[in-house]
Design a binder for this molecule. Structure first.
Ligand code: Q46
Ligand code: ZN
Ligand code: ZN
Length: 325
């Protein structure tokens, strides 16, 4: 397979675009496309300070790399979840983020910005690791993912607000988005479908807008970018991801993609179109958010938000203090 631009050996063939590219041209193509998506979906402007949630994985580190190379004022945020899983998962992923930062700074390839990495250690700040909180609460029964998602959302909002960032950026790729879309469609969860988008406006004044600049890239493309660019990342998935429905959905969708290249991208873009045309307009009218009595973040329940309720339980159980919340 030859590169469409220069005729050299291609490193990737993207069947859904009928496009094969060599390493050099692929490293140009990914930032170009990212910039196109940023503009097309009105994600952010070069003046805004951007907070990128990095996990040490290929998607988020590649995204931070691309945004910095494009000249955006992008800082990173790493959340230490305290997950070991026999592979020292959290410490390793933290190390990858630090390595990435040191590396990119030393390469002198960032036009203007001096990026920093914010590190939030959940156990240090709130007194317990994610698996510990999960084991103690009904929400975490069985798997810690629900608690983990809740804590990550809260911490991300908090760091963005405290740091004065207008935009919070995550590395979700098309495979992630389509797997969630399939799950939400199978249950026709209109509330979740309404909240699934590449750009989510801030829920409340002072909170950050949430955007996903890589949402149109297939996972194999972000992996290829990291590889060709020489970005070291953690290969292991979080040990709790094993056996999840979203992984099962990804496999089914990949099978469909094999038979019909582009089906994943079309599924997602057609959903966005339907959403824009008002498919969930009725649900939108019914969502009302108020500020949590304790932390001030938006919540659909009156009184305390779900995050603060997690640590309330801890207090009544007498396990420790949640005073830093
Ligand atoms: S980190 Fe957290 Fe994921 Fe691990 S515990 Fe589940 S939600 S799988 S993205
Ligand atoms: Zn080429
Ligand atoms: Zn709260």
């Amino acid at each position: 397979m030859k590169c469409r631009k220069c005729g050299h050996e291609a490193v990737i063939n993207m069947r859904q675009h009928k496009l094969a590219l060599c390493g050099e041209h692929f490293l140009e193509w990914v930032p170009e496309q990212t910039q196109r998506f940023i503009e097309k979906y009105g994600m952010f402007t070069p003046d805004e300070r951007i907070l990128v949630a990095v996990s040490g994985g290929k998607d988020s580190l590649s995204l931070w790399d691309v945004l910095l190379r494009l000249g955006y004022k992008a800082d990173g945020m790493y959340i230490g979840l305290g997950i070991d899983g026999g592979v020292d998962y959290s410490s390793q992923s933290h190390e990858m983020c630090e390595k990435f930062l040191a590396n990119i700074k030393s390469q002198n390839c960032i036009p203007t910005w001096q990026p920093t990495l914010h590190v939030v250690d959940v156990a240090q700040l709130y007194g317990e690791t994610i698996p510990d909180v999960a084991a103690r609460t009904t929400r975490g029964r069985g798997k810690p993912c629900s608690v983990c998602g809740l804590v990550k959302r809260h911490v991300m909002n908090r760091v963005a607000r405290d740091g004065g960032y207008g935009v919070l950026v995550t590395g979700h790729n098309l495979d992630d988005e389509v797997a969630v879309l399939l799950g939400n469609t199978l249950t026709w969860n209109a509330g979740y479908l309404l909240r699934q988008a590449p750009v989510l406006p801030a829920d409340k004044p002072g909170l950050a807008r949430k955007v996903k600049p890589f949402f149109r890239f297939y996972e194999r493309e972000t992996a290829a970018y990291a590889l060709v660019r020489g970005i070291e990342y953690i290969y292991d998935e979080c040990p709790f991801a094993e056996g999840s429905t979203s992984i099962a959905h990804k496999e089914i969708l990949n099978q469909m993609e094999k038979d019909s290249p582009g089906v994943k991208l079309r599924f997602y873009l057609d959903f966005l179109r339907a959403r824009e045309q008002g498919l969930f307009a009725q649900q939108a009218a019914h969502v009302e958010l108020s500020a949590c009595d304790k932390c001030g973040q938006p919540t659909s329940a009156p009184g305390l938000c779900a995050f603060c309720r997690l640590w309330e339980g801890k207090k009544t159980d007498g396990v420790g203090q949640a005073s830093q919340v």
